[in-house]
Structure formats: C-alpha cells, structure tokens
Design a protein around this ligand. Structure first.
Ligand code: FES
Length: 167
C-alpha cells in the first residue's frame, strides 16, 4: 500500500530541510521538553534569557515530523529579541502556522507542540526564579496543556497502549 505524501507547502519543506537554530544550546538559561499525546513526538526548546528578561537566542531539537521542525524553526526566529511577556502574548499556534504558510489540518497539533514547548520554557523560567509576573496566567494555556512533560506523556501513552491491548 502506498502512502499519499502530505500536501506541505514549499516553505514548510524548505524549513524542514534547512531548519534555523537547530541543536542543543550549552549556555541556555532554561530548557523545556514537551511531547504531544496524539502522536508521541517530542521537542526540546532552549532559551537564553537576559537579566532584562529578553530572549537573546532560542534553539530546538525535534523528534517530530516536518511540520514540527518547520514550526519550531520559525518560533525560534520569531522570539529572538522579544521580552518574555511579548513572546508569551504574541506567539500562538495560529500565528506560527501562518508564518510557515499554512499546514494541512491534521498537522495543526505539530505547531501547537512547538508553541506549547516555548510556553513551558517561559513558565519554567519563572518557576525556577520563584516569581510570577502578573501577565502569566496561573491556568495553563491550551498549547501548554497539549504539550505534555515527558513523564506525563509516557504515562498517557502507556495507558493508551494498555487500553488498545485490552480491546
Ligand atoms: Fe508528531 Fe507532527 S506528527 S509532531
């Protein structure tokens, strides 16, 4: 049985082949790993944050698909030079999807994972600092809820596997 290739636009394919800011950041201020429960893929975001809480640089490692690599790549470019507040407020999965020129709808969750990992990294920064600015919502955003921590992802996938075995 042959599989029909997904209708990715040329920009997504180009970013997939030539992603920006790919790789581990040794001097990162904060690192967040996040996984998507619908596909089990993982992404790691690294942020270097200045004392003034400006994102000086961002990089990522992705074990996801072309859509996740493309969206993660644009996220790292879009947040560079932004304050944590602006990065938090400006970046949504819809904006990131637009920035890659659109995605097939079954791939929307891959962009949600990229933004969720970024937001988890920003929240983690404040958790490490022990402070929370007024603009940071206590309740996790949609993207954060979709981008689970490694342990939670493993727990959910094991549960799903068991349920499928019992069928
Ligand atoms: Fe898992 Fe795209 S299918 S990140």
């Amino acid at each position: 049985m042959s599989r029909t290739p997904l209708p990715y636009n040329p920009k997504v394919l180009d970013l997939f082949r030539n992603p920006k800011n790919l790789g581990k950041m040794e001097d990162a201020t904060v690192t967040a790993v996040a996984g998507n429960p619908s596909c089990g893929d993982m992404v790691t975001f690294y942020l270097k944050i200045s004392e003034q809480e400006i994102i000086e640089k961002a990089s990522f490692e992705s074990y996801g698909c072309a859509a996740n690599i493309a969206t993660s790549s644009v996220v790292t470019e879009m947040v560079k030079g932004l304050s944590l507040k602006s990065a938090w407020e400006d970046l949504t999965w819809k904006k990131v999807t637009e920035a890659v020129g659109g995605l097939p709808s079954i791939k929307f969750h891959c962009g949600v994972l990229a933004v969720g990992a970024l937001k988890r990294a920003i929240r983690m920064y404040f958790e490490k600092k022990g402070t929370a600015p007024s603009w940071l919502p206590q309740e996790h955003t949609f993207e954060e809820k979709q981008a689970l921590e490694e342990e939670e992802l493993a727990r959910r996938l094991t549960k799903r596997l068991k349920t499928e075995e019992e069928k």
